[in-house]
Design a protein around this ligand. Sequence first.
Ligand SMILES: Cc1cc2nc3c(=O)[nH]c(=O)nc-3n(C[C@H](O)[C@H](O)[C@H](O)COP(=O)(O)OP(=O)(O)OC[C@H]3O[C@@H](n4cnc5c(N)ncnc54)[C@H](O)[C@@H]3O)c2cc1C
Length: 531
Amino acid sequence: MSGDDVPVLIVGGSLVGLSTAVFLGRLGVPSLVLERHRGTAIHPRAALVNQRAIETYRVAGLQEEIEEAAAREFVQNGAIVSVESLGGKELDWYFHFINEGVEHISPVPRIFVTQIGLEPVLLHAAESLGARVEYASEAASVEQDESGVTVVVRSRDGSEERTVRARYLVAADGAHSPIREGLGIPNLGHGSFSDSITIYFRADVRRLMGDRNLSVVYVFGPHLQGFFRFSLDLQAGFLVVNSTSDDAGARSVRIGEDMSAPTCIAYVREALGDPDIAVEIENVQRWSASAEYAERLREGRIFLAGDSAHVMPPTGGFGGNCGIQDGYDLAWKLAYVLDGRAGEELLATYDAERSPVGAFTTEQAYTRYVLRLDPSLGKDDLVPIVDEAAVELGYRYRSSAIAEPEDDDTWENPREPSGRPGFRAPHVVVDGGSSTLDLFGDDFVVLAGPDGAAWCDAARAAGAANGLDVGVHRVGVDLRDPSADLERLYGVGAEGASLVRPDGFVAWRSPGAGADPAGELAAALACAVCR
Ligand SMILES: Cc1cc2nc3c(=O)[nH]c(=O)nc-3n(C[C@H](O)[C@H](O)[C@H](O)COP(=O)(O)OP(=O)(O)OC[C@H]3O[C@@H](n4cnc5c(N)ncnc54)[C@H](O)[C@@H]3O)c2cc1C
């Protein structure tokens, strides 16, 4: 046995584990990532990476590299449609292009890139930022005490077990999270409700696609329901089959029991709408869609993130994106607590903030699944559909680190952002082309209206008193706001100010001048770091 110590140990080195390692690394926190598999993703799975996720990757300097990886896989900005078959009747266009109507709410687009394309970018970035990623390595046991977590690490190559000691552990170990189960944290929600298969195939679909640029194709055929994604060269793709029915209309509930090549070829041909097209099956996987979220995301020094915290059907493309945001919320809190800039209580706000978002997002994916793919599941327990952009960018955090909310709203339309505490700080084009979002990422930031000089002085003083670097910007002084949107969208007025956290969420704001700016801002900052 040999031992080693790390500030943060991440169990699971897939999309969420690697993203969390990147976010920690850029804040100066090294981590050890343990991943049972031998490398990054070999199945495409997530492809729609939403604007909020790209915003967080942009902070890490990865936007360009991810766009390059995406361009190698897909023509970007395609449509999401439903059809009877690819070559047959079109039924509905959910999006004519995936960035339809959201271009102005963020400096970044929604991007289509699979986990096969994205994870190597994250791996390289995580390692360059000081993370150690160990493949073929699994956490065999996890125990925590008052000062840390002890993990027994077992290598798949048969070498000796060793122990690792970490101050904190992030369980990004997937939907069946052994760590969550070991902690006895129950799942809430709708459980598992489908028997689905994903068929990876090769077929030349260029003629059937024609000149359309379709990112996701939902299929409602006479005998099957599911969805397609295709490769850039239109010579390959995958078909998810969610349900099938016979000629009499009876639903098959056990699709996965026959995953033979002839059956899968028949599914692909039917969904393509060409009974004779040459199809080669590369791989078939059986899985079950579920919509569940953990009752709580923290137990002592262990935090659940990603699919271990919430698992949802792919309708909406929310699952991986939601997990990336778990990592983003957690990373700055761990960084601030580890070096003493914040009180330990800040870590309790992870569950308070992310748990409701996980539940909200899961319910949105479930409603879409039932309405789009399987109405037989029943509509009694569905939440009303909220626009995709609001699910992605419009949720609100509530916790002891955020000023008392002015109202009960739990989400807003990010096309009309309010700048209220708990919401993502809005994107405004400033200083000739860049975004307000580019000001956030490392430190707290105060944005003041043109007559808000008193808040700027107060911010500097409060930062110095708390040992915190605080970025200070005043419209018209060091921040040009050519659209004159900032005061309106941040809700601060000429004499007001907004305090934005390192993760780009508004912690506090004053719509106008304050009676005691120094005292008010000092209190807001102390609250935001739980001191
Ligand atoms: C067909 C399909 C399409 C999808 N499309 C989208 C989409 O468009 N957009 C989107 O956001 N999401 C999408 N999703 C969901 C997305 O793929 C998942 O939410 C995401 O992969 C979850 O990542 P994760 O890192 O939390 O978990 P996982 O990817 O499940 O990773 C967990 C990892 O932990 C490892 N592990 C577990 N236990 C241990 C241990 N003890 N020691 C070491 N390692 C361990 C596992 O080997 C695994 O690699 C889709 C899913 C499917 C199935």
